[in-house]
Design a protein around this ligand. Structure first.
Ligand code: ADP
Ligand code: MG
Length: 697
């Protein structure tokens, strides 16, 4: 058995491998590409390809693939072997720089939202040297971006890289104003905490809803859910521990910094958190983590559910996106500094985030909008669909003092005039934790908690990076022209606080009174569902900002609007059809069978002695018949709504029909069936119930 340090990144063509296998000239040139985006020379690419191939073959690889992230939300790969025929009729293992840099998968079946007509099926993949190549199974995987021949991004990586570049550009302008000339690059980092459920595979296999949709569409609540809080951070069961241990090992081999694991709030729910990494790499790693979580589960006779709401009545799963901005000189720009000057800089970055989150609440909401996540946000669960920022009392106090030119009663009693030299030192407040805020400052990073567990973190970070880049741009434009830097800085910070303090909320975001205050008093947005949110991607201010920073073109935005709505519709329609199938073919027949059994018992009793009581039998059959009739009526309704959906020719209209009609009918159908479940003998019920699924491991 290897030790963890030996195991770690053993399947990754990382810096250590590059250094040992590339000539120093090639290594240096590649490093410049990775670190500061210098253009890559083909001779360098050839040398890298050769070294990569030799290394991969030594590790047992026979194939390579350009690994990319199309708009389906999962990753895609098409494997090519290294073989190339040699004149003697045998083969050699070959891999050129050209093959490393560019691939041409037949992309016609990936969603493009009209960006690429299918007759023009060719898209191409382009190597992203900032994310290391790795080996999965027998295949060398090369992280790539995926574009159409017109240059439009067909994936999630390209806009993510562009958004990181936008933020870098604007942050460097600000840093220069503060005299930080030695910084060459600013980058964002992310640590995504991934929640998931584990259930026994033999039970999963009996539930078509889980198989087709990833969540249970039926199921009465078990007598015990999460009310005792006895699962959160509880002792990990041996079978789950064995799974986690295997999972960690697989992730470590890929250089993924799997760090923390624990039981979550709901029964059968767990969490894995890695140590944070550069956003681009964290995103790649999170995609791999999700894939490997599922794969390793199978080996343990388990199934890993990544859906945002696999079970009604207990917590759903999210992915806390811990985000920060740092310089290549190792300074986290979201950490209060040692000197007043550093603190002024910190406050400016803090304000940039506050302004960004307020100005682009809609984009953040849109970035996490999926059918699955609608069951968390906007339902009776934290976080809500309304975005607000938790800052903690200390920071809020400081901002308030600055706004009002009032003395700050915190560390030192000083007027919070940002005439940098008098700004007091303050320590960061890490004790105060608010678990219900959708966007919380946690000492040296922001934690965006609305991301869904199954979703790629790319979209959330694209919007976050871009919106903050926009704030910084506005600040830099103003400050670069200022006659007196300190005065201008002070005024700008003050203005940000006045204009955007409505987004700051330190209370319980879960509370109904907050939603009322947020929407009615503060005017914050509350897009409860995906169809409510997505069309706003095309709002003029959003298109203007995202195109100005070259993160998306207008056509790319239109395609994403289309695809996101389409994905939403498809997901819910599959759910509706699965419900219909299960209700008609499994649940109703089971109810009938049990009712017949009970009726037969009553008849038998009566033939034995006419005065034997049959209240239980009579009432049960009566109730079951009632539920069956209700369910039957709902099925009819479901059919007619599905017909309406079929006739709708715009994806937006379809999404509205789903939101306004289909979901309600589905809920009704479920309610009747779930009621019937509670009075049907267990052995008659056609599939495993919630208590078995949630407590079966
Ligand atoms: P929690 O109490 O929410 O679990 P942790 O401190 O354990 O918070 O951190 C959660 C995640 O935040 C981890 O993935 C961690 O690596 C990440 N994280 C910590 N510091 C930073 C940072 N400066 N930038 C981005 N992510 C960070
Ligand atoms: Mg957290």
């Amino acid at each position: 058995m290897s030790t963890v340090p030996e195991l770690f990144a053993s399947k990754v063509f990382d810096d250590r491998v590059m250094k040992s296998r590339l000539s120093s000239k090639v290594y240096k040139s590649l490093k410049n590409t990775i670190d500061i985006g210098e253009k890559l020379d083909i001779t360098v690419a050839n040398a890298v390809a050769e070294a990569m191939k030799d290394w991969a073959i030594e590790q047992g690889a026979t194939h390579y693939t350009h690994w990319f992230q199309p708009l389906t939300g999962i990753t895609a790969e098409k494997h090519d072997s290294f073989i190339s025929p040699s004149p003697d009729g045998r083969v050699i293992m070959d891999f050129s720089g050209k093959e490393l840099i560019k691939g041409e998968p037949d992309a016609s079946s990936f969603p493009s939202g009209g960006l690429r007509a299918t007759f023009e099926a060719r898209g191409y993949t382009a190597w992203d040297p900032t994310s290391y190549a790795f080996i999965k199974g027998k295949t060398l995987c090369i992280p790539t971006a995926f574009c159409s021949y017109g240059g439009e991004a067909l994936d999630k990586k390209t806009p993510l890289l562009r958004s990181m570049e936008a933020l870098n550009k604007q942050a460097l302008r600000i840093l220069k104003l503060f005299g930080n000339d030695q910084v060459r690059h600013v980058t964002t980092s992310v640590g995504p905490e991934q929640e998931y459920f584990l259930i026994p595979k033999e039970l999963y296999d009996q539930r078509k809803d889980l198989i087709y949709t990833g969540r249970t569409l039926f199921g009465a609540k078990p007598p015990k859910g999460q009310e005792l809080d006895d699962h959160y951070f509880g002792v990990i069961k041996p079978r789950v521990e064995a799974y986690m241990s295997d999972l960690n090992e697989e992730l470590w081999k890929l250089g993924i910094l799997a760090k923390t694991q624990h039981n979550e709030v709901a029964p059968a729910q767990h969490e894995l958190a890695p140590i944070y990494a550069t956003t681009n790499i964290a995103t790649d790693h999170n995609q791999l983590t999700m894939e490997i979580m599922k794969k390793v589960a199978q080996k343990h006779g388990l199934v890993c559910l990544l859906h945002e709401k696999p079970f009604d009545g207990v917590n759903g799963s999210g992915k806390h996106n811990n985000w920060s901005i740092a310089t290549d000189t190792g300074v986290n720009l979201l950490t209060p500094g040692e000197t007043p000057y550093e603190n002024a800089q910190f406050l400016l970055f803090l304000c940039a985030v506050i302004k960004a989150v307020d100005d682009y609440q809609d984009l953040l909401r849109i970035s996490v909008a999926t059918a699955g996540n609608d069951h968390r946000l906007g339902a009776n669960e934290a976080p809500p669909a309304v975005i607000s920022i938790f800052l903690g009392e200390e920071l809020e106090g400081i901002l308030e003092a600055i706004e009002k030119d009032a003395p700050y009663a915190g560390v030192e009693k000083t007027v919070m005039k940002l005439g940098v030299s008098v700004l007091p030192r303050f320590t960061r407040d890490t004790t105060d934790r608010n678990r219900t805020s959708p966007f919380a400052f946690t000492g040296n990073k922001f934690e965006f908690r609305m991301v869904g567990s199954a979703d790629s973190i790319a979209c959330a970070n694209i919007m976050l990076n871009s919106a903050v880049a926009e704030s910084l741009k506005i600040y830099a434009d103003r400050l670069e022209k200022a006659d007196n830097f300190e005065d201008a800085l002070h005024e700008m910070i003050k203005k940000t606080i006045t204009d955007h303090k409505r987004i700051i909320f330190n209370g319980n975001g879960y509370d109904d009174t907050w939603i009322k205050e947020a929407t009615e008093v503060r005017g914050l947005l509350n897009y409860r569902t995906t169809p409510d949110a997505i069309p706003h991607l095309m709002d003029e201010k959003n298109v203007k900002m995202l195109t100005a920073h070259k993160v998306f073109t207008e056509a790319e935005l239109r395609s994403r609007t289309e695809i996101t709505l389409e994905n939403y519709c498809k997901a819910v329609i599959i759910e509706a059809k699965t419900m219909e199938m299960l209700a008609r073919r499994e649940i109703l027949p089971a109810i009938e069978e049990y009712a017949a059994f009970v009726a037969k018992t009553a008849n038998a009793k009566k033939s034995l002695a006419t005065d034997l009581a049959c209240t239980y039998e009579t009432e049960t059959v009566k109730k079951l018949s009632g539920y069956a009739s209700e369910a039957y009526a709902s099925l009819d309704e479901l059919d007619s709504v599905l017909d309406k959906v079929k006739d709708s020719d715009s994806v937006t209209d379809t999404a509205y029909i789903i939101r306004d009609e289909l979901l309600g009918v589905m809920e009704k159908l479920r309610a009747s069936c779930d009621e019937a479940e509670t009075i049907t003998a267990a052995k008659f019920w056609p599939f495993p119930t919630y208590d078995e699924l949630l407590f079966g491991v």
